[in-house]
Design a protein around this ligand. Structure first.
Ligand SMILES: [Zn+2]
Length: 317
């Protein structure tokens, strides 16, 4: 009998559900828009009917369901599967999600933070495969992070570990969304990157971007990436700087955790070697040599499915 788990990736804009097999393959999937179900009762109902449909279909195909894994966007008590709140979805304060769903489905339910789920997905089925101690990062508006130590997600005392985006690299640095200054997220998040490019372009940096913006193109990390690909020195330098900032933060983690793999995905990670090059060089320069040499820096493999596959992996035992 084929073993599968049901994975649920709850996001601020959409909820993805899927049946995932032991090799990390999504056998069945479904998604819906979070905003179509405002308020906790509506979203819980929709979530439950989605899980039920997938479970019925999986059983019809003679799969053995090991449980339900949920990746959710906020602070979670992982042991109790208890949601403290969701920053971008109102109405979920203090929700015993695991208890509610286990009662309903008579299946084991696991709940974890979405960044941890993503990290676990990459670890089990993506770029982290075969590693033992892995750091995973997702770069977007913010930075999500997860840490696997000795083959297990590291949660810390109250499950709030791995907030890698808020590692401080400069005590007087730019203001971060968390209210602090100098967090790596404030340097690498899409917002800061684009603002910084804009600022320097206004200060008359020489770049092909001036021309493209006059043509009406929108300034995004992708546009800066395209410009760098044409050989634009200014854009190349912006990527070099971003990579160097991130490399500095990672060098600190490399010295502390001595990981064998660092997996980076999302948004500006699409810059490829333009950003991976300076990240690797900075780690090599700033971390202790033994630790730096053992840490392989790789792009994430699972893309937008990492959260869903990782959520299922929570329940694939
Ligand atoms: Zn911060």
């Amino acid at each position: 009998m084929k073993k599968v788990a049901i994975g649920v990736d709850i996001g601020g804009t959409s909820v993805r559900l899927g049946v995932v097999d032991e090799r990390g393959k999504i056998v069945l999937r479904e998604n819906f828009s979070t905003k179509d179900y405002p308020g906790r009762p509506a979203l819980l109902n929709r979530l439950s009917s989605g899980i039920l449909c997938l479970a019925l279909e999986a059983r019809k195909r003679q799969f053995q369901i090991t449980g339900v894994g949920i990746g959710a966007p906020g602070p979670i008590d992982v042991e109790r599967g208890f949601v403290y709140f969701f920053p971008n979805i109102p109405g979920w304060k203090n929700t015993p999600l695991k208890k509610i769903l286990e009662r309903k489905f008579k299946m084991k339910v696991f709940v974890d933070n979405d960044a941890n789920a993503m990290a676990l997905g990459e670890y089990r089925f993506g770029a982290g495969r075969g590693s033992k101690n892995m750091i995973a990062l997702t770069l977007g508006t913010g930075i999500g992070g997860g840490i696997v130590l000795g083959g297990k997600l590291f949660h810390g005392t109250r499950f709030s570990a791995a907030e890698i985006g808020h590692l401080k690299i400069n005590e007087d640095g730019p203001l971060c969304a968390c209210g602090n200054h100098g967090c790596i997220e404030a340097y690498i998040g899409n917002g800061y990157f684009v603002r910084e490019v804009q600022k320097r372009l206004k200060a008359k940096a020489k770049s092909i971007l001036h021309e493209w913006l006059r043509e009406g193109k929108e300034l995004t990390p992708k546009l800066v990436q395209d410009a760098a690909r044409t050989g634009d020195l200014f854009s190349k330098k912006m990527w070099e700087e971003a990579g160097s900032h991130l490399g500095t933060a990672l060098a600190g983690l490399v010295d502390i955790l001595n990981p064998d793999r660092i997996v980076i995905g999302g948004g500006i990670a699409l810059g490829g070697e333009m950003i991976f090059g300076p990240i690797r060089r900075t780690i090599a320069k700033k971390a202790f040599p033994i630790a730096a040499r053992s840490a392989k820096v790789m792009p994430a493999k699972l893309g937008a499915d990492a959260g869903l596959v990782g959520a299922a992996a929570l329940a694939l035992t």
